[in-house]
Design a protein around this ligand. Structure first.
Ligand code: GDP
Length: 310
């Protein structure tokens, strides 16, 4: 298998598939393009939750229970902040802070987020390419019924995604551009995968970068999304709740329809039936990744299915 695979992802769900792909592909065959709409400043540090989740996963360092953060990390810094009376709603592990310090230092020296990320991944011994969707800071803003517009992390972490979402907006997206590295990876891709990430919170920001849709669709190659929704439910997180709030039916079919103009293949789950959508190739696989072996198996089956297209 000498395919070049580019996988678009958010955090925890997407990282599982990326880990599966990393188990079956040579490192130079895999490039991961990650959502940065969740990124924010906190105590003067630039925090990129999705990039960190994928980076820690590929480095074998991720906390296996949460699927994010570092395994065995401690919270002494957070405790010291609460001693000052701070409301420590965002979980910063002590070791995790090292990542944010180095990233913030790199950015303050004028490096692009892509360069800083390459530096961090190289130092952690990650051989695959991990790229932010853009170098320009953008921010997903969540307009809610109860609290008006909230920054993404306030909605997601502080309020545990309980507010009712009316609308989503990407602040500063008009200033963003596809980086040369993402452009190059997409130009050389044989297959583009959309990980089983939240379509609205994780993939929509990637697709919204000016020039991204054109770069994704400029050549006629397989572009395949893997469902994050099984039997109408998200495996984790707000995807299903959000879908209802944004006026979609809570079903993998809504995900297919959302991606209809950008993908040409869809992987839905074997537990779902009747998901064939006209004009699009579809396959039912076991998409629930409960073990490392499940991840590799799904990655292999997705690529095998795609290679059977011709
Ligand atoms: P986040 O940014 O950390 O929320 O991560 P993502 O957007 O990448 O992933 C969240 C999505 O992953 C949720 O909508 C979940 O339903 C989905 N997800 C998580 N684990 C699995 C899994 O094992 N299989 C499938 N099909 N979807 C999953």
């Amino acid at each position: 298998m000498a395919l070049n695979v580019v996988c678009l992802v958010g955090g925890v769900g997407g990282a599982k598939l990326v880990h599966g792909l990393a188990q079956i592909l040579e490192p130079e065959q895999l490039t991961v393009v990650v959502n940065t709409g969740d990124d924010f400043w906190h105590y003067g540090l630039r925090i990129c939750p999705d990039l960190d989740t994928v980076m820690y996963t590929l480095a074998g360092l991720v906390d296996p229970v949460n699927g994010w953060g570092l395994a065995g990390d401690t919270r002494n810094t957070l405790q010291a902040l609460s001693r000052y009376g701070e409301d420590t709603w965002f979980g910063l592990g002590d070791q995790d802070i090292a990542t944010h310090l180095l990233r913030t230092e790199g950015l303050s020296q004028g490096k692009r987020l892509t360069e800083v990320t390459q530096d961090l991944t190289a130092r952690l011994g990650i051989p695959q390419r991990l790229l932010p969707m853009t170098d320009t800071p953008v921010a997903t803003m969540v307009d809610t019924v109860e609290h008006g517009e909230l920054g993404f992390q306030v909605y997601f972490v502080k309020m545990r995604w309980q507010p009712t979402v009316k609308n989503l907006r990407l602040s500063n997206i008009e200033a963003a551009a596809v980086s040369p590295e993402v452009e190059d990876a997409l130009a050389r891709a044989d297959v583009i995968l959309f990980g089983p990430s939240n379509p609205w919170l994780s993939i929509m920001p990637v697709l919204s970068v000016p020039g991204m849709r054109e770069a994704l669709t400029s050549r006629d190659i397989p572009r395949v999304a893997i469902t994050p929704i099984i039997q109408g439910e998200a495996v984790k997180g707000p995807a299903s709740k959000l879908m209802a709030e944004l006026g979609y039916k809570q079903s993998a079919k809504s995900v297919v329809q959302y991606y209809q103009h950008i993908v040409n293949g869809f992987v839905y789950d074997i537990r779902d039936t009747d998901l064939q959508v006209e004009g699009m190739r579809g396959v039912a696989l076991n998409t629930l990744m409960q073990s490392d072996a499940d991840r590799a198996s799904l990655a292999r089956q997705v690529l095998d299915w795609i290679s059977s297209w011709n």
